[in-house]
Design a protein around this ligand. Sequence first.
Ligand SMILES: [Zn+2]
Length: 461
Amino acid sequence: MRRGVAFCRVLCAVSVLLLAPGSALGQAQPPVQSAAHDASQSSGPPAGALAQPAAALHVSARPDGSAGAGQGGARAIDARLAGDQQRTRLIIDLSRSVEFRAFTLANPYRVILDLPDVTFTFETRKALTRRGLVAAYRYGTFAPGKSRMVLDVAEPVAIDKAFILDPVDDQPARLVLDLVKTDAASFASTVATAAEARGAPSAIAGHDATLTETPGDPRAVIVLDPGHGGIDSGTTGASTFAEKNIVLEVAFALKAKLEQSGRYRVVMTRSSDTFVALGERVRIARNNRAALFVSIHADALASTDGQARGASVYTLSDTASDSEAARLAESENKADLIAGVDLSEESDEVAGILFDLAHRETKNFSALFARTLVGAMKNAGKVHKSPLKSAGFRVLKAHDVPSVLVELGYMSSREDLKLMTSDAWRGKVAGAMTDAIDDFFATRAAGVGVTGSIVQAPAGK
Ligand SMILES: [Zn+2]
């Protein structure tokens, strides 16, 4: 019990935020319980952390709620699971104590740990080992200054204990999370609200990409959307490379080329390794009155699904053009779920689209650009044997912004992967994409619409 004593000596207060189910969005209720701990009364973890029904457990590292004095980000050095199907414990070794929040989400069942800026230095492979109630977990940046860990659980669980042990002697600080098996009804009564899951509005406000119009700048705005990021690595295609890094590099190369031309203002939905929700990517396009939205990804096939190579360009449609497109949209649409974002609160602009006239025009322009882009990419390298497809991609749902999603190639193909990780190829592809964007705007400016009608020049012209 030595560690337990050490814990209570240093960590004296645990505040438990009780959130009424269905409480107003974005408004955390004031703490209704704050238990002070006296080392003489307890040698175990704080009982206050076990109060039920708690939607979210908020654990401060210090009695004043601060995370401790003067220290940049903490490092997570190791993580491990212990226990069985009845009770499973996650232990994370940390370079110092941190403040954290733990809560659960349904559909599918997940447990979320929100942390401050933590750098994870242990092996990713560890997170894929199934143990007890935890099927897998992942971790990474969730927003500027915020990290997150998401645990997939196969069945309903309750957070039984969640606490921090301060470092002592040669032992690191430890975050301990105990999950116990529960039933679906109890789980439902403690699940966090969507606002809780989002981790407060600042998860979004931290983005410079939400900057809106620049008055007097006549250039068309192009929003580049490197897929995934932070806690959501995208696919790896069984390689050591992550999709999120490859697509960010290509987006940077394309941004540089476009800006060189002087004809466009480029906005990136992310310019670092951080998570951005799909709805937020759509909002960035709309808030910037983008004339074009290009989402950049890389695909992968399971080894049992054969081999495929080359780039494909996708547009939005109600029904998928083929089973391959349906599979891909389903996988790309999981990004929010992977990062532990609740989808139930998405606004109308994402969840339901009115297929009105404006939307039809947008659809036509999206199709025009998709064709132009495939043409240009054929010149730059390999394209898929049927490179134009469509499906219900959530990220393409800005109803007034022509939008396409490019899959640069297959990370499951050794040849494609070699290309996608080379500087020369990146430069070539960025050049081809810039040519396609030039062609697209030239066609639009000439008034040649795909419907045959006279169309408007790009925004700002
Ligand atoms: Zn992707």
